[in-house]
Design a protein around this ligand. Sequence first.
Ligand SMILES: Cc1cc2nc3c(=O)[nH]c(=O)nc-3n(C[C@H](O)[C@H](O)[C@H](O)COP(=O)(O)OP(=O)(O)OC[C@H]3O[C@@H](n4cnc5c(N)ncnc54)[C@H](O)[C@@H]3O)c2cc1C
Length: 388
Amino acid sequence: MNASSTEWSAEDERAILDSIETWVEKEVRPQARHFDQADEYPHALVEQMKELGLFGATIGQAWGGLGLSSSIYARIVIKVASAWMAPSGIFNSHLIMASAIERFGTEAQKAEFLPRMARGEFRGGIGLTEPNAGSDLQAIRTVARRDGDDYVVNGAKTWITNSANGHGILLLVKTDPQAQPRHKGMSLFIAEKGPGFVVSAKMKKLGYKAIDSCELSFDNYRVPASRLVGGEEGKGFAQVASGLELGRINVAARGCGIAQGALELATRYAQERSAFGKAICEHQAIQLKLAQMVTKVEAAKLLIEQAARKYDADERCDLEAAMAKYFGSEAGVFCANEAMRIFGGYSYSTEYEIERYYRDAMLMCIGEGTNEILQTIIAKQWIARNKV
Ligand SMILES: Cc1cc2nc3c(=O)[nH]c(=O)nc-3n(C[C@H](O)[C@H](O)[C@H](O)COP(=O)(O)OP(=O)(O)OC[C@H]3O[C@@H](n4cnc5c(N)ncnc54)[C@H](O)[C@@H]3O)c2cc1C
């Protein structure tokens, strides 16, 4: 089992999944359209997520979390995203931060942050991307310079999820901007909000509404040296890179959830809507779409399960996680797109839910490594494992 996950009985896992399903159907699905269209942060849902234990879903039980396996966690994410993808970002980015602290943090850092994170009292995110550097993270320019017991941080981040409504982020910086290779000069900090940590603008987005994705600026922000993850400079890039597999399984689940939700909406509509004297699901053109959609949803679930099982067993899963993320996110785009066609003109109406899936889906192809980069990773890993 992976460090933080705990053996749960199949019965316990079923009970957890049932309680999430009840919450999704009772609270998330009915309110999704309101929060999405108003672009309003769902504070009430966040309080419910705390009660459900979602902020501690994958944090070890020793720290007050549920210690769920990534396999069960992925099923939770698929369920939430099948109703509305955006709220999964509130606990997803938070749990990636927690996972880095749990795996690489000092004992003092774990004791200080993980119990509060598990309760959702401290909610976080990940601060990697900068205006000039997304895929090429080693090109970041934010710098932290040691000054007594603190580091002084200057620079800017962009697109940082949970940064307006959260309490802090995992912050990737350069502690040695001249280092060669570049990654040796990179470090991660647990950056709590305080003077000099400025949320400078909320990004205006196509989809993924209601969730805060912001530009941040750091203007002589002082972070105590005790917040350097693991207590040693130069490890930040490797720490981020080793969290990518879990992050990719999570994004795959979000894409798969969008695909499943779009399929569910389209399946219902295709039986209710008639054209030329019969339900549109009886027209072969619509059947072909439904067949392709359901096959992709099921295939995405299998790829996610394969990657998650390997991750939970502490086996190497870089190829599997990349394939799951690539396929799951593309399945989300494909199914949302095809569902739009099945809904015909009504797909374009904001009175219907499907347009939200269409707007939300593309993001899953961008986050945690763009699908272009992921395809190159898949190919390289595949060749490396099949050398002649
Ligand atoms: C809504 C939203 C929320 C986000 N949340 C966060 C967050 O919480 N924290 C965070 O740190 N970031 C976040 N991001 C940023 C996201 O991770 C980046 O946008 C992503 O990594 C891509 O970086 P980029 O936008 O700079 O694109 P670029 O890296 O500039 O890429 C542009 C294009 O070039 C291609 N490309 C680049 N290099 C290569 C290569 N070597 N091979 C092939 N193709 C290549 C890419 O695939 C892409 O098609 C978020 C983004 C969005 C839109």
